[in-house]
Ligand binder design. Structure first.
Ligand code: 5GP
Length: 124
């Protein structure tokens, strides 16, 4: 696994070097609107710790960080008012998933019917 790159765009957002539209923040977590939304609601949730991917986060983060992260996802969904209508959470990990930013992040999509889980996959 590649080492954490302190120049990735989410590291810059965490340091305040790039602006963001914050949706939620606590000691361990930042959530902000995606710059290129793929649904009427599209927010990103990131840990404040330096984790390259979901693999890195799930294996290296403390129990407190992991609990805080998933508790925050639940709070954010309620705060956004998308629980009743429904939402999708997604994390891309590595090359085959097309992960673009090497700081672990979860996408939350909502606000319209999101269709099948994967599109244009070419099948199994
Ligand atoms: P990935 O493909 O790595 O799962 O998703 C990266 C996401 O980060 C993309 O949805 C992209 O639009 C978003 N993104 C990239 N750069 C920025 C940025 O500077 N600000 C915000 N808010 N989102 C960004």
């Amino acid at each position: 696994m590649a080492a954490y790159d302190d120049n990735n765009v989410f590291a810059k957002i965490l340091r305040g070097e790039i602006p963001n539209e914050t949706v939620y923040e606590d000691e361990h977590v930042l959530s902000f609107k995606d710059i290129n939304p793929q649904a009427p609601t599209h927010v990103l949730v990131i840990p404040k710790g330096r984790y390259v991917s979901s693999d890195d986060f799930f294996n290296e983060a403390s129990d407190a960080e992991i609990a805080a992260f998933f508790r925050a996802v639940g709070k954010i969904a309620r705060q956004l008012g998308i629980v009743e209508s429904g939402y999708r959470i997604l994390a891309n990990c590595g090359r085959d998933a097309n992960q673009e930013v090497p700081h672990f992040h979860l996408h939350i999509f909502a606000g319209r019917h999101l269709g099948p889980m994967l599109a244009n996959t070419g099948g199994a």
